[in-house]
Design a protein around this ligand. Structure first.
Ligand code: GSH
Length: 262
């Protein structure tokens, strides 16, 4: 059985929702485009979910351009049938949701370096993805939400404020005032990773792969927005993150250099 068909054997409902991949036979686009959340200036790109896809494309060696997208411009994503980024346009196909993008890339480019190592690893990496979304990213979000607001395009700020204040049930200013507690919350969320990286070099094992992209996206988001370092000295977690910033031609490092935190 080929690697491709093994990946494809995962039940579609659980791995790659059919609605997440659209095929527009009429579209003649030949380029690969990743719609990426843009801050202000538009070169400021901090979305953890978009970073996952950028690392994944780099890992597969797939050339692409990013399209800066702003929250108020839902119309620009209409082709994807929903209103969030990342969205990948690959020729006539479009895929939304970072997890769906990763599974799509693995299926569409089976000859390029694998994002998961083996098909059997996909559900396990999905478990990490779920923890990153609802554990780590939830904690980071509390810490950086006011700073995200301040770094968005002014046209995006009212929408962002309204939706996030609804989510947290308090004002963004009240969230910023809780920054000590939120910082401690992020530290607590990072503990399982710290223990893991004490005993192995990469989250995926012997070499970086999608499991590393998921977490690197989160820490890049935090690092680009939070002036306090998340790390204690040269702990293994920092050594790993530095290596991720330098991997893939240093795309993560370049983002931090272009927009130093704080
Ligand atoms: N589960 C999605 C989450 C994507 C997501 O929440 N993206 C944010 C940007 S970081 C977004 O587009 N938000 C649009 C909005 O808040 O209206 C994924 O993994 O791609």
């Amino acid at each position: 059985m080929s690697h491709h068909s093994r990946v494809g054997a995962t039940p579609p409902r659980r791995s790659l929702p059919a609605r997440a991949v659209r095929c527009d036979a009429a579209a003649m686009a030949t380029t690969r485009l990743l719609y990426d959340l843009a801050g202000h200036p538009s070169s400021f790109r901090f979305s953890p979910y978009c970073w996952r896809s950028r690392f994944a494309l780099a890992h597969k060696g797939l050339a692409h351009d990013t399209v800066p997208w702003r929250l108020h411009d839902k119309a620009a994503l209409e082709f994807s049938g929903q209103g969030r980024v990342p969205v990948l346009r690959d020729g006539a196909r479009s895929v939304h949701d970072s997890w769906a993008v990763a599974v799509y890339l693995e299926e569409a480019y089976p000859e390029a370096p694998s994002l998961f190592g083996a098909a059997a690893a996909i559900p396990v990496v999905r478990a990490l993805n779920s923890w990153a979304d609802f554990g780590l990213n939830a904690a980071i979000s509390r810490l950086v939400v006011k700073r995200v607001h301040d770094r968005l395009d002014p046209l995006d700020q009212p929408y962002f404020r309204r939706t996030r204040e609804e989510r947290f049930g308090v004002s963004l200013e009240a969230m910023a005032a809780l920054s000590e507690e939120s910082f401690a919350g992020v530290q607590q969320a990072l503990q399982p990773l710290r223990r893991l990286l004490d005993v192995q070099t990469w989250i995926a094992g012997h070499a970086p792969a999608y499991a590393d992209h998921i977490v690197a996206g989160s820490l890049l988001w935090a690092t680009l927005l939070e002036p306090r370092s998340l790390f204690t000295g040269d702990e293994p977690l920092k050594v790993w993150f530095d290596a991720m910033l330098d991997a893939y031609d240093g795309i993560g490092r370049a983002a931090i250099r272009a927009h130093p935190p704080g």
